[in-house]
Design a protein around this ligand. Structure first.
Ligand SMILES: [Zn+2]
Ligand SMILES: [Zn+2]
Ligand SMILES: [Zn+2]
Length: 454
């Protein structure tokens, strides 16, 4: 006898299945329900419409391993912004062997193991998948002041303390490089260190340093790299331009809205607006005779460096990796100019997605989710988050544990953090009471989780 299940029964079984298998698309989900409840008369269309009406979308958001709208607590729902992130596939992207790029509705752009692996048809744990230098190697703002006087390498920003015979000096200015290799790679030096607009570039550096605003400097630097590649290039291939254009972009003002401190406090929001506008003016003076980005492009650029940079620089292939709290690859920075090394964290199989982590994996599910929500605009429903969420709920229900994140360290805003923003954060900490259900503002922006071996 066939039975017509009620809407509630369908919702319940979907939630149950999604807990253990959050990745299932609608067809597989339907097949799974059929196998669990063979007597149910349930069409794919009815399943889809029930899921839609209960916000149990079958299309996960990019950057998450799945999405079940119902699992996102009310107070976080209007802060999701990942769907507003724009990302294009790069044509002619050169890929390492056995790695493919994909672009799916569910996951957006990402990398996966090739569907056809030579025997034994898996990649062993620890295998080096690729190494890559930065697409744009950007000096950290803490060192930019040393570059014009030759106290740090003009390209890699390595402080130059010794009188090493490897050091190369510029014949026009006081700038120096730690090696002839750095000198050769440094295409920006002649445009920003001497020439007509050196003082305008100096103003950009000064503004970034005074406001401790790394993202502003990173964006200006990347834009300069793209602009001068265009002007100098002459040839049809523009790898930096194509690479930067292919990175995921999100307007910084949209990202900011996900931060409740700015959303709920007009005064803090206005202060940040003023900082952005001041930065734009400084930027426009340098680019006035080149090509000026619109204010929207500028805000997108700031958002772009915030979501894509790794330790302050931009790596093209690495930036294609989506997040999981159980990542399948390890990313290590092996050196300023050598770049990053990406290795298999476990045995990898055909079609398996390559994932990295955007957050500190030692933190608990509440911390990780908040951090991912604020930094990248999605609510993580990876299998680890789902498992730990269930444990937390069970503990809460039994009163055994009311684990709060009070030991969660508030780290410095590594990349995004302008001085004003930091000040604003400390002010708002004093003025704004915590929303009752948010146990702890474990809020940090954009510090990167990498192991550095230099
Ligand atoms: Zn160097
Ligand atoms: Zn020079
Ligand atoms: Zn997760």
């Amino acid at each position: 006898m066939e039975k017509n299940p009620t809407e509630d029964e369908v919702v319940q079984i979907v939630l149950d299945i999604k807990k253990s298998e959050p990745e299932l698309g609608i067809a597989k989900l339907h097949a799974r329900i059929k196998s669990l409840e063979p007597a149910w008369a349930l069409s794919v269309n009815r399943l889809r419409s029930i899921m839609r009406s209960h916000s149990l979308t079958d299309v996960p958001l990019k950057g998450t391993t799945s999405l079940s709208g119902a699992t996102i607590p009310e107070e976080f729902r209007d802060r999701l912004y990942v769907s507003e992130t724009v990302s294009h596939l790069i044509s002619d992207l050169s890929l390492p062997p056995l790695i493919e790029v994909f672009n799916s509705k569910q996951r957006g752009k990402g990398l996966q193991v090739s569907s056809k692996l030579p025997k034994p048809e898996s990649i062993p744990e620890g295998a080096v998948l690729w190494t890559e230098p930065a697409l744009v190697l950007i000096p950290p703002i803490s060192l930019v002041g040393l570059i014009p006087t030759g106290k740090a390498c003009s390209y890699c920003a390595r402080p130059l303390v010794s009188m090493s015979s490897l050091i190369a000096s510029c014949s026009t200015c006081s700038g120096r490089w730690c090696s002839t290799r750095c000198r050769k790679l440094d295409k920006l030096h002649k445009h920003i260190r001497h020439g007509k607009y050196t003082s305008e570039w100096g103003a950009i550096e000064q503004f970034a340093v005074e406001n401790e605003w790394s993202a502003f400097y990173q964006y200006a630097y990347a834009l300069a790299a793209v602009t001068f590649e265009d002007h100098d290039g002459g040839q049809s291939s523009k790898p930096i331009k194509e690479g930067v254009e292919g990175l995921a972009k999100i307007r910084q003002d949209i990202r900011q809205k996900a931060d409740p401190q700015y959303k709920n406090n007009i005064f803090l929001g206005e202060e940040l607006d003023i900082l952005w506008q001041e930065g734009y003016k400084v930027l426009c003076k340098f680019f006035a005779h080149l090509s000026i980005p619109s204010y929207e492009e500028y805000l997108s650029g700031i958002g772009m460096v915030n979501i894509n940079n790794l330790d302050g620089s931009i790596y093209l292939l690495q930036s294609h990796l989506n997040h999981s709290c159980e990542p399948s690859v390890d990313v290590k920075i092996v050196g300023r100019t050598a770049g990053v090394k990406v290795t298999a964290k476990r045995q990898l199989h055909p079609d398996e997605e390559l994932t990295t982590t955007y957050v500190d994996l030692k933190k608990d599910v509440t911390f990780r989710r908040q951090k991912l929500l604020e930094g990248w605009g999605f609510w993580c429903t990876c299998s680890r988050c789902m498992r730990e969420q269930d444990l937390t709920l069970r503990d809460d229900a039994t009163g055994l544990s009311t684990k709060d994140n009070s030991d969660a360290k508030l780290t410095a805003d590594a990349e995004d953090g302008s001085k004003k923003k930091k000040k604003a954060k400390s002010k708002s900490k004093q003025k704004m009471p915590e929303p009752a259900r948010v146990r702890k503002k474990s809020v940090t922006f954009d510090d990167n989780v990498v192991q550095i071996e230099i």
